[in-house]
Design a protein around this ligand. Structure first.
Ligand code: KIV
Ligand code: ZN
Length: 519
């Protein structure tokens, strides 16, 4: 039976220390529930002494998230520990996580204390924390730059004082995987007191080594990994939960350990974090980046269509991504184009395919990503250029603010005249889109949404670009206005007009085919 690696998520604490990633207590609670569903074993809910908001957030999470261990961070100071204890006292499984720096530079320059004082403070803090809970974690901040024999002494002192987990942070992301392995092996060999105690790795990503270092620690005996969703965190971030977990899963031939993460929840959890913080993972970010399962090169697309494992090491569904995207662009070949047409419901004979491919290549020279609407346009010889206006915006009013925003729109529907509808949503744009959906009556999924100022100054024109998915096809929309809600609705209607036109073209094609067959 494989050992279990405890996944300790610190998105709500170290992750929240990312520039611009701060969350309100309500957002933290929402994300904590998502982490629970993801299956994390421990979640570090915050650092309660730092602010009343952080204290409240930890307390609320402790009260309402009952399955995982809820940890609260504290320096070795008495007040920190008492505040952390108070915050997690209502938890089903409370943990106090106390830390003190142990490296020479931190002791001499930051804390201005001796090694003996450091040991005393560590022991005292752990003993104090144990008065409140049996689950106490001790971290030696900057452990990986600490003299190794002193680190062994610190670990021994903390365990003797009652620590049940010893965490070894690579606080400044400086260490190489070989050194990490050496540190963990030495601790296990030289500190018999660590028998039965969980050794933990906490790696930062300043040299891009956080995942490699966490895995090196696991290979050397660590049984807890501290990480964050999307790898957010101080400076270059922390080890990314999704990378650590998926490496262990995909390369199970190399690891004799498992995790309790429900991997199909990785993608939705990542998306939720992005939604809450507004921080998008870089497009090429492993596992959760928007291109992580996109294949553009022609040879890759051809291989993927013949046998997925030629270029795909994990099924995107394993991490909750609906399907890998073949992004059509100038490197795409005939096979990929034909496959996408088939997905869109068009079977083409060789001549038609050849014509479509020539047009596709011409377009791909001018445009980076070719969307479904472009393909439909190719199919119908550039017919998308002047799309008829099926839905036109006449008026929009709204009451914005409070928990819900409300919007009323008047839209002219081709052949039907003016139609009025109301909608509500989490913000004015969501409310206006909900009202438009009422008029249109379709299921519309917003895939991408961006606002930018198209002109300088206070009265700048806001330009909205978006991608909307309707009936399995993606359409772009663009709209501009000095009022961003107005710009957003215009962009939305632009995409929906393209969708309406595409539907009309398809119906015409089916009709023509039927006529030809004499049905
Ligand atoms: O990076 C670090 O050293 C930390 C500790 C507080 C665990 O985040
Ligand atoms: Zn950290």
């Amino acid at each position: 039976m494989d050992d279990r690696v405890i996944i300790f998520d610190t998105t709500l604490r170290d992750g929240e220390q990312s520039p611009g990633a701060s969350m309100t207590p309500a957002e933290k609670l929402r994300f904590a529930h998502a982490l629970d569903e993801l299956g994390v074993d421990v979640m570090e809910a915050g650092f309660p002494i730092t602010s009343p908001d952080d204290f409240r957030a930890v307390k609320e999470i402790a009260r309402s998230v009952r399955r995982p261990i809820i940890a609260a961070l504290a320096r070795t100071r008495q007040k920190d520990i008492e505040r952390a204890a108070e915050a997690v006292e209502g938890a089903a499984h409370p943990r106090i996580h106390t830390f003190i720096a142990t490296s020479k530079v931190h002791l001499e320059r930051k804390l201005k204390i001796s090694e003996e004082e450091c040991l005393e403070q560590a022991a005292e803090a752990v003993e104090r924390a144990r008065r409140y809970t049996d689950d106490v974690e001790f971290s030696a901040e900057d452990a990986t730059r600490t003299d190794l024999s002193f680190l062994c002494t610190v670990a021994e002192v903390a365990v003797n004082a009652g620590a049940t987990t010893i965490n070894i942070p690579d606080t400044v992301g400086y260490t190489h995987p070989r050194e990490v392995a050496e540190i963990f092996q030495t601790l296990r060999r030289e500190v018999p007191a660590l028998e039965g105690v969980v050794l933990s790795a906490h790696c930062h990503n300043d040299l891009g080594l956080a995942t490699a270092n966490s895995l090196a620690a696991v290979e050397a005996g660590a049984r807890q990994v501290e990480c964050t969703v999307n790898g957010i965190g101080e400076r270059a971030g922390n080890a990314a939960l999704e990378e650590v977990v998926m490496t262990i899963k995909v390369r199970k031939d190399l690891f004799d350990v498992t995790t309790g993460i429900h991997t199909h929840k990785i993608h939705p959890t990542s998306r939720l974090l992005t939604q809450i913080t507004g921080i998008h993972p870089q497009p090429n970010k492993a596992i959760v980046g928007k291109n992580a399962f996109a294949h553009e090169a022609g040879i890759h697309q051809d291989g993927m269509l013949k046998e997925r494992s030629t270029y795909e090491i994990m099924d995107p569904a394993m991490v909750g991504v609906p399907g890998s995207r073949l992004v059509l662009g100038k490197h795409s070949g005939r096979h990929a184009l034909k496959a996408r047409f088939q997905e869109l419901g068009f079977e083409m004979d060789e001549d038609a395919m050849e014509r479509a491919y020539r047009l596709f290549k011409l377009l791909a020279d001018q445009k980076k990503d070719i969307l479904d609407e472009d393909l439909l346009s190719i199919l119908h010889h550039g017919a998308m250029k002047d799309i008829p206006v099926t839905f036109g915006l006449e008026r929009m009013t709204g009451q914005f603010g409070g928990e819900w925003s409300h919007a009323q729109v008047t839209v002219t529907r081709k052949d039907e005249g003016e139609v009025e509808a109301a909608g509500k949503g989490d913000g004015p744009i969501a409310a206006a889109f909900a009202a438009v959906n009422e008029v249109v009556g379709w299921d519309v999924e917003l895939e991408d949404f961006a606002i930018r100022a198209a002109t300088p100054g206070r009265d700048a024109v806001g330009e909205v670009t978006l991608r909307a998915r309707v009936a399995g096809k993606t359409f772009t929309g663009r709209g501009g206005s000095t009022d961003v809600v107005d710009a957003a609705v215009r962009a939305y209607l632009d995409a929906l007009n393209k969708a309406a036109h595409a539907q009309q073209l398809e119906e015409d094609a089916v009709q023509r085919a039927a006529e030809l067959k004499g049905i």
